[in-house]
Design a protein around this ligand. Structure first.
Ligand SMILES: [Zn+2]
Length: 187
């Protein structure tokens, strides 16, 4: 019956799909785990995104060239981007980028996403000291990973269980979440 087709309500398990077309760009990509705050397109149609994932920090990513920036070089060392400065820098990049639009990254399968996350954690362990791990440490990779914060946390706990020499996950004293620490890899 036709009426059932139209009256069907979305169930809990179905992903929510909202299209917010940017008519001047025609790009509606919504990678999982990422909130795209702004989009800029240049004359050749290359799109530069400003997004955030876990935190109020913003990342700029060009879908044409490989430009990716999470820290503001105009400010003191290692200052993460707020929305306003990120927007300005993204707009500037869009105006000078000469790259042609690339295809948006495909969502990796579970195996590939897990391998990617593990590689990042192991890379972080190649430092001089143990270091607290924050989800925002993965912000720059979120367009590649395309997974939710919950997925990342589940994987981190599972990784910590298998590789306690690299990563520890302990229930947080102050919140319902976990504290993660990347251990210095023994040489
Ligand atoms: Zn670019």
């Amino acid at each position: 019956m036709a009426s059932t087709l139209f009256s069907r309500t979305r169930t809990r398990t179905e992903p929510e799909v909202i299209t917010e077309p940017w008519p001047e760009i025609g790009e509606t990509w919504k990678p999982e785990g990422v909130t795209v705050a702004e989009r800029y397109a240049n004359l050749v149609g290359t799109v530069v995104l400003v997004y955030n994932a876990d935190s109020c920090y913003h990342v700029i990513a060009c879908l044409g060239c490989h430009y990716l920036a999470s820290t503001d070089n105009n400010r003191s060392y290692d200052t993460r981007y707020g929305l306003k400065d990120a927007s300005k820098a993204a707009n500037e990049h869009a105006s000078i980028c000469r790259a042609l639009p690339r295809d948006i990254p495909a969502r990796p399968d579970e195996h590939a996403a897990r391998a990617r996350l593990h590689t990042w954690v192991v890379a972080m362990s190649r430092r001089d000291e143990d270091r607290r791990l924050h989800l925002s440490d993965f912000d720059s990779g979120r367009l590649i990973l395309q997974r939710t914060n919950e997925w990342i946390e589940t994987e981190l706990r599972s990784f910590a269980a298998g590789r306690p020499d690299v990563l520890t996950a302990t229930p947080s004293e102050y919140s319902p979440s976990f504290d993660y620490k990347v251990l210095r890899l023994a040489s």
